[in-house]
Design a protein around this ligand. Structure first.
Ligand code: AMP
Length: 217
């Protein structure tokens, strides 16, 4: 079962992907995480994309397609959750071709719909544990002990440099201009399931489970 989580920044794609990794043993493929890893390990690729990411722009299709190709080929089997990929029609076409080459299919695309004002609130308050990836929010999910991760005890909690008002404006524009055409693209393929991403995490999770179960049957 291969799934795309589609939605604007702050829609909850990463949160839901992590849950599916735990509950179903699926493999999360987040191009945002891959690019952040490249930056942290100070690779030439990381240096090349840093300014674009911080400003909220999209890095080139070639770069993200290469990253995904490498991971898909290395993983071999299926059970992928594409989180933050594809973000353009060119990426969607490339993904089709890649999956085809591996004898895999795309089974479902869940579109997570969230109001713009809610996205701003969610992103402005969010931070993450650098060690285990657990996600927090200043008001809706603060850690039990301030500054300490509930899950792994690390005190390395950080805010993404692109989670600020200016970058977010650019990221939303990029989403509406370049990524939202994918909604029609996957609808035409009969793969699209829109979900109300304004609901709480557990309700959205149940919606995604229902989509996966019906795609499997
Ligand atoms: P994310 O963690 O998905 O919000 O991605 C963070 C940033 O990484 C984005 O704002 C882009 O600069 C870059 N990025 C991640 N995925 C892609 C993609 N599929 N295509 C282009 N740029 C991407």
């Amino acid at each position: 079962m291969n799934l795309i989580l589609l939605g604007p920044p702050g829609a909850g794609k990463g949160t839901q992907a992590k849950r599916l990794v735990e509950s179903r043993g699926m493999i999360q493929l987040s191009t945002g995480d891959m690019l952040r890893d490249a930056r942290r390990s100070e690779t030439p690729l990381g240096a090349q994309v840093a300014a674009i990411m911080d400003a909220g722009g999209l890095v080139t299709d070639e770069i993200v397609i290469d990253l995904i190709e490498e991971k898909l080929t290395a993983a071999g089997g299926g059970g992928f959750i594409f989180d933050g990929f594809p973000r353009t029609l060119a990426q969607a076409d490339a993904l089709d071709a890649l999956l085809g080459r591996l004898g895999q299919t795309l089974d479902a695309v869940v579109e997570m719909r969230v109001d713009d004002e809610a996205l701003v609130d969610r992103i402005a308050g969010r931070f993450t544990c650098r060690d285990c990836g657990e996600m927090y929010h200043d008001t809706t999910r603060p850690p039990l002990i301030p500054g300490k991760c509930d899950v792994c005890g690390s005190d390395d909690l950080y805010r993404r440099p692109d989670d600020n008002a200016d970058s977010l404006r650019t990221r939303l524009l990029e989403y509406y201009k370049k990524t939202s055409p994918l909604i029609g693209y996957y609808h035409a393929k009969g793969l699209l399931s829109p979900l109300d991403g304004m609901e709480d995490i557990a309700t959205v999770a149940r919606g995604i489970d229902a989509v996966l179960d019906s795609a499997a049957s």
